[in-house]
Design a protein around this ligand. Structure first.
Ligand code: PFF
Length: 453
């Protein structure tokens, strides 16, 4: 049974294809939309330091664990965990960890596609010149009217979800690899152009200072949780996306090297997005408005006012759509892989079912901005609740158990063999990080947030 499932499993055509796919998964709205505004809200440089510590000490070891578990399990996260637990002589109920990942992927995709839909709409708005010469009042009105319209939001959400389904339906090599080969270089080129532009503005230094000068007084327990949640979210960890990508990884590829490359590229993109955004904001005499509206309300004013703003506006939002698309395909893949391998349905049908479910759930987020904007659960709209629940709770908890599984449940000889590290001492460091540091840090942060510490 397991072997026939394994046989259906595809493989990346090269290690470069895997690096591109995993980097594509990591680099997304989290880097360009979320990172700059949460860094701004939580004390700039101070937040960046905590975030970098989380990436290095928790993110990279867990990423290695996920890739390693995926490659050894060679199936969707649910069955991979079942097989690995069996191999280690552990309880089969570990496969529930795979399930929480599939569910988290759904929840994230449902609201992710809504925001990606905004980015798509804004790329078109930039193209038709909606921002040119518009002042802050007009841009705010444009944004308010846009999110007040469920029909418009549904339209763009639908379009984005269809694009995701279409790419994933065509398979690992023909669909995902081919799309990524176009999306990823496009994204990097546009980002470099935007950074180069930001460097020519008079406010470049002010932007850099805003992003990197630490203000520790703004760093609260909650901002440490946010930094940790962001590390998980931005690296796509804790929900099996990287695990399922790892399951398509050829056996000779070095897991440690690829994990460092992916985490490094992701961090560089997040920092560069901040470096591109804040100088443009300051150069136009604007305040770096905090919150999710930073790039939809503040940046368009800057694009509308600056010379060449039309081009940079189009480029910026196209980049955002590319980044979101290369991530959304990894959000849906664990569920699609599970359906294909368990329900014996075609990849196309699996994409339709998984996409349809996430699409429908997306309506709850859409309505959070208009018809249900007054509906608050735990003081948050459904959209904010989904974001908080997934990024700050489900992913760190998922990551905690992945670290525990890799460090404490799997047999050392198996993890060592699969990781196949070139330098022997690095295995001891990795084991120490997944056994103690990563789970310990997640646990301490949670204790701190609930007020025990
Ligand atoms: N890493 C993506 C981003 O930063 O936008 C979001 C994401 C993708 C989270 C895939 C989780 C995931 F499994």
């Amino acid at each position: 049974m397991m072997d026939s499932k394994k046989l259906q499993h595809g493989q990346w055509s090269s290690s470069f294809a895997f690096i591109m796919a995993a980097t594509g998964s990591a680099v997304g709205l989290g880097n360009i939309w979320k990172f700059p505004y949460i860094a701004g809200e939580n004390g700039g440089g101070a937040f960046v330091i905590v975030y970098l510590l989380c990436v290095g000490l928790i993110g990279i070891p867990i990423m290695m664990a996920e890739i390693m578990m995926g490659r050894r399990g060679k199936q969707n996260p649910v069955d991979a965990l079942k097989a690995l637990a069996g191999e280690a002589g552990a309880d089969k109920s570990w496969h529930y960890l795979g399930w929480t990942g599939v569910v988290a992927g759904f929840l994230i995709l449902s609201y992710y596609s809504v925001i990606a839909g905004w980015a798509s709409a804004y790329a078109v708005k930039a193209f038709i010149g909606s921002f040119s010469g518009a002042g802050s009042v007009e841009i705010k009105e444009l944004f308010d009217n846009f999110i007040a319209s469920p029909v418009q939001l549904i339209f763009w959400h639908t379009l984005f979800m269809l694009a995701t389904m279409l790419i994933v339906a065509r398979g690992i090599n023909e669909g995902m690899e081919k799309a990524l080969r176009f999306l990823m270089p496009g994204l990097f080129i546009i980002l470099i152009l935007l950074v180069a532009y930001a460097m020519t503005t008079a406010s470049y230094e002010q932007g850099i200072a805003f992003l990197f000068t630490p203000d520790f007084s703004k760093l609260t327990g909650n901002s440490i949780l946010t930094a940790m949640g962001q590390a998980f979210f931005t690296l796509s960890l804790g929900m099996g996306a990287i695990m399922v990508y790892g399951s398509y990884l050829p056996s000779e590829v070095s897991i440690a090297k690829t994990a460092f490359l992916i985490a490094g590229a992701d961090t560089v993109v997040a920092l560069l997005a901040g470096v591109a955004i804040f100088p443009i904001v300051f150069a136009n005499g604007l305040e770096p408005a905090s919150g999710p509206s930073l790039i939809f309300q503040t940046l368009p004013i800057a694009f509308g006012a600056m010379s060449g703003g039309w081009l940079f506006g189009v480029l910026f939002f196209v980049m955002l759509v590319f980044a979101a698309l290369s991530s959304s395909i990894s959000l849906i893949e664990p569920a699609v892989a599970w359906l294909v391998e368990n329900r014996r349905i075609s990849r196309e049908s699996a994409c339709i079912w998984a996409g349809l479910a996430a699409w429908l759930l997306g309506f709850a987020s859409i309505f959070s901005f208009n018809v249900w904007s007054e509906l608050k659960i735990f003081d948050r709209t459904i959209f904010h609740l989904l974001d908080y629940l997934t990024a700050n709770l489900m992913l760190p908890v998922g990551g905690f158990f992945i670290a525990v599984f890799a460090g404490w449940v799997m047999k050392r000889q198996h993890s060592e063999q699969e990781l196949n590290l070139a330098v022997k001492q690095s295995y001891s460091i990795w084991i120490f990080l997944v056994c103690y540091v990563a789970p310990g840090a997640v646990f301490l942060v949670f204790l701190h947030v609930v007020g025990v510490l």
